[in-house]
Design a protein around this ligand. Structure first.
Ligand code: 2HG
Ligand code: ZN
Length: 460
């Protein structure tokens, strides 16, 4: 290990090899406090060449490395937890934060893997463009991490997930070689496509160092609505109506009553309207070059099943409304600290028409466990975040809820990834041929099992 540290210092400079306990801790535990491990060191390369040198040193010494971005992940995929307990290096990509010039003709930008979503969005907005992916962890979450997990967020209804925004990647393989291209060609039909191979690979196949991203217009007019509906099935009807009649639809988020109460208590302010106990709240964003208020209000008035709604174009009122969605994760974390148990999180998706069945199953499972269920998510993708507070038997909960989602034609992870948290449940949604193919690809690209061992059930 001492020889490795010496090589790493030579590669990135003494100041960027962190070995002291207090310097390492923030990199060794995940955001929820549920997943933690110990790293021999945290290395902070400042260029692609330095990432190559770090990978080669780790390879020479046979020491695994965990790539890490903003460390906002929720499935333990970015903390050092080697399955065999072998020594591990955390490689933080946060210094690769360069944001290139905005290409207004191509609607693209080249960014370092360590740039945060918020920083890229701010830069794009200065050119009246925007990043099509957005979620609550935007100030810390990095582009590299978002690619690694194929992150989603609130704008998927309009623009798709992270995978759909990546026109090119540059990445370092376990061999230390660089693959990919940042040319950003919208058309290229020349065999395997690195952005497709690496999106969602969770740092197990290569370390993304930079990306060429698609940008979209930054709409001058953004409005937000809070809507209440009687049941989950009704929410599906409202969604269908809005998709047919509102061309400016940018987000359709769903908040169940328990989640709304928790975040309201956390914020110290009540939402202007509240759903009934069986009902739910929808937070809807519209964005367009001209004010979309008329489009949205007309559609809401004509929509079946809308009980109550408020629509605002005022920036500070919008922000206040959006907090009832954006800050639920934070409210859950505060409650989890108060009760002294980490939250047990599941991130499932089902076809939208099965969402009501999923909510019933999830509630029954939580009741059987005796825990408190805080549910919210992204309606258009049938994606629910099930946050269990004070859960007793997490493995029983996971089997039951993930099994139900899989059974309904859904998935065990919609946007957070598999990490180490969900590996044992992968067979619920992948057959043996698929799992064996993933293992074959992993061992072809990373025969020494150097990159994020154990994550996605690969290696380790
Ligand atoms: C969100 O949609 C994130 O805000 C986090 O995916 C969800 O905390 C969660 O469960
Ligand atoms: Zn989410």
């Amino acid at each position: 290990v001492q020889a490795l540290l010496q090589d790493l210092r030579a590669a990135v400079g003494d100041a960027h090899v962190l070995v002291d306990d207090d310097q390492r801790t923030g990199y060794e535990v995940d955001w929820t406090g549920r997943y933690r491990g110990a790293a021999v060191a945290v290395v902070r390369p400042g260029s692609t060449a330095e990432v190559q040198a770090v990978v080669r040193s780790c390879s020479t010494h046979g020491v695994a490395l965990v790539p890490q971005g903003g460390n906002t992940g929720l499935v333990g995929g970015s903390v050092p937890r080697h399955p065999t307990g072998a020594p591990t290096i955390v490689t933080s990509l946060r210094r690769l934060a360069r944001i290139g010039d905005i290409d207004e003709a191509a609607l693209q930008v080249t960014v370092g893997a360590g740039a945060t979503l918020a920083a890229v969005a701010a830069r794009a907005r200065a050119s009246s463009l925007d990043l099509p992916v957005d979620f609550a962890a935007r100030d810390s979450a990095t582009i590299g991490g978002a690619i690694a997990t194929n992150a989603g967020g609130s704008r998927v209804v309009r623009f798709g997930t992270m995978r759909h925004q990546v026109l090119g990647v540059e990445a370092v393989l376990a061999s230390g070689d660089v693959v990919g291209s940042l040319a950003g060609l919208p058309k290229e039909s020349a065999g395997l496509h690195w952005p497709s191979i690496l999106s969602g690979s969770e740092g197990t196949l290569a370390i993304v160092t930079a990306a060429r991203l698609r940008l979209v217009p930054h709409y001058a007019h953004t409005i937000t609505a809070l809507v209440t509906v009687p049941t989950v099935s009704d929410a599906g009807r409202v969604l269908a109506h809005l998709r047919a009649h509102v061309s400016s639809l940018d987000a359709v988020e769903v908040v169940l009553p328990e989640a709304l109460d928790l975040v309201a208590e956390h914020l110290g302010s009540a939402p202007p309207i509240r759903p009934s106990t069986d009902g739910l709240a929808l937070l809807i964003d519209c964005a367009a070059p001209v004010d979309p208020t008329a489009e949205l209000t007309t559609a809401l008035e004509a929509s079946p099943k809308v009980v109550d709604c408020v629509v605002t174009a005022d920036a500070s009122q919008r922000r206040a409304l959006l907090e009832f969605r954006d800050r639920i994760t934070e409210a859950v974390a505060a409650e989890s600290t108060r009760i002294g148990t980490p939250t047990f999180k599941l991130d499932v998706a089902v076809p939208v028409e099965r969402l009501a069945d999923l909510v019933v199953e999830a509630s029954l499972a939580a009741d059987a466990d005796g825990c408190r269920l805080i549910a919210f998510g992204h309606l258009a993708e049938g994606n629910l975040h099930l946050n269990h507070l004070g859960a007793r038997d997490t493995s029983q909960l996971a089997r039951r809820v993930l099994g139900a989602a899989a059974e309904m034609g859904g998935t065990i992870s919609a946007e957070h990834g598999i990490g180490v948290a969900k590996t044992e449940y992968l067979p619920m949604i992948r057959n043996e041929a698929e799992l064996a193919s993933s293992r074959a690809i992993k061992s072809a690209l990373d025969p020494g099992d150097l990159l994020n061992p154990g994550v996605l059930g690969l290696g380790g």
